[in-house]
Ligand binder design. Structure first.
Ligand code: GDP
Ligand code: IMO
Ligand code: MG
Length: 421
């Protein structure tokens, strides 16, 4: 049995958490493969709204096993807060939540380095979530990192101190004040608490489970346009958010990948800095932000809003080999008379439908097609057969342009507001 991958096709926050939760009943194991507490995945069911950052979004289902893969970076403090927030749900976390020994740890000094680096960039800042993601992945590729498996070694403290010494040297170049001792107290306490969770050799574990025919869903974080290689560099995150990330972040071979499920909003959002060709600065953008409640699930920052960008979506689909699409937040467009979709850009005076090397405001001008809005409340609809003609026209147009079927249409944040086609 293979492994399916679910990932965001835009700049994150497409609704991955919701859909993983909806699909978990079809899988035995949900495995996060990259990113860390920069992610905020929201789940809504039975009147409950819950945001997960590092823990996979299958955690609320009775039978599912949830694996935090080797490609993930873990802040023990945030992880333990997430565990605390789950306490009231009576979940058997010892059995159903497993952490890879090869996952890297975010240290308090990684957070300081993130802060110092962003402050030094001034106007050119990435708009990082300041969770220490970039510096932790830098230490991973620089071969300095500390991993979850190190916690079990007798010289863990020594390894920690050696890395902190390096960080303090770098931090001395920045004008930044901090009280490391105060930051370390909750960190070491959380390291102790983390030991209550089962650490595993996740690569071997997943190979074994696949041999036994178990169904696995790999849960992506962030979005394809934030990918370290293929995103809008340097305004990206520090991991591989595309399908290849599931191979390296879980130790799964490419020929074991089955379906690649790509999620996108019926419009588009971005949080943090960087180019966004279809961004709106008018009342349409404000309406999307208001109706879509577009505030970051991790930082609370307002998300920038704009129309759907099809050259960017096509690119993301090609990079990951997406086999099925899922359109989220369709209901947010309920009030619009006209829906716009960017089909091309004017780039160097020519009309192109691919994503050029740079998509900064001064380099590309989006070209739009207009479709008629549906002006109906979609949030109460319970079957795809009830969708208004105008929604079906929008879906048909997207499927024709993107050449991939749309399998799910989401019409609200709740688990139940999910239409299967
Ligand atoms: P993720 O990071 O991809 O998991 O997405 P986030 O949780 O950061 O952001 C998605 C937001 O949209 C959350 O507040 C969800 O509850 C909400 N949401 C998901 N699907 C829908 C939908 O179809 N309609 C509406 N109105 N909200 C949705
Ligand atoms: P989920 O999984 C949206 C953005 C940040 C910033 C850039 C780099 O909830 O979709 P980082 O802290 O990773 O160094 O920040 O990436 N970013 C996200 N935007 N959703 C996310 O995750 C994000 N994770 C990081 O805003 O622009
Ligand atoms: Mg999010």
């Amino acid at each position: 049995m293979g492994i399916d991958v679910l990932l965001g096709l835009q700049w994150g926050d497409e609704g991955k958490g919701k859909i993983v939760d909806v699909l978990t009943s079809e899988y035995d194991i949900i495995a996060r493969f990259q990113g860390g507490p920069n992610a905020g995945h929201t789940l809504e069911f039975d009147g409950i709204k819950h945001v997960l950052h590092t823990i996979p979004s299958g955690i609320f289902h009775d039978k599912s096993i949830n694996v935090v893969g080797n490609g993930v970076v873990i802040d023990p403090i945030i992880f333990c807060k997430e565990l605390d927030a789950l306490k009231g749900y009576n979940l058997n976390l010892k059995d159903k939540l497993l952490i890879s020994r090869k996952a890297h740890l975010i240290l308090p000094t990684h957070r300081l380095l993130d802060l110092a680096s962003e402050a030094a960039k001034g106007k050119a800042k990435i708009g990082s979530t300041l969770k220490g993601i970039g510096p932790t992945y830098m230490d991973k590729t620089g071969r300095n990192g500390l991993r979850v498996g190190d916690i079990e070694l007798p010289d863990f403290k020594k390894r920690y101190e050696a890395l902190v010494k390096k960080h303090l040297q770098i931090l001395s170049f920045y004008d930044i004040e901090f009280d490391l001792k105060e930051m370390e107290k909750p960190w070491f306490k959380s390291i102790e608490n983390l030991k209550d969770i089962t650490f595993i050799d996740s690569d071997h574990y997943l190979h074994q489970q696949m041999k036994e025919g178990k169904k696995i869903l790999a849960e992506g974080a962030q979005g394809s346009l934030l990918d370290i290689d293929f995103g809008t560099y340097p305004f990206v995150t520090s991991s591989t958010t595309t399908a290849a990330g599931a191979c390296t972040g879980l130790g799964v071979a490419p020929n074991k990948i089955g379906d690649v499920l790509g999620i996108f909003k019926a419009y588009c959002t971005r949080v943090g800095s960087g180019p966004f060709p279809t961004e709106l600065f008018d009342e349409d953008g404000a309406a999307m932000a208001k109706v879509g409640n577009e505030f970051g699930a991790t930082t609370g920052r307002p998300r920038r809003c704009g129309w759907i960008d099809l050259p960017a979506l096509k690119y993301a689909i090609a990079i990951s080999g997406v086999t099925k699409l899922m359109m989220m937040k369709t209901d947010v467009l309920d009030g619009f008379d006209t829906i716009k979709a960017c089909t091309h850009y004017i780039y160097n005076g020519k009309k192109v439908d691919n994503l050029p090397y740079a998509i900064d405001e001064e380099l590309v001008e989006p070209v739009y097609t207009e479709l008629k809005g549906w002006k109906k409340d979609l949030t109460k609809i319970t079957s795809a057969s009830e969708l208004p003609k105008e929604v079906n026209d929008y879906i048909a147009f997207l499927e024709e342009t993107l050449e991939v079927p749309i399998a799910i249409v989401s019409v609200g944040p709740d688990r139940k507001q999910t239409l299967h086609r």
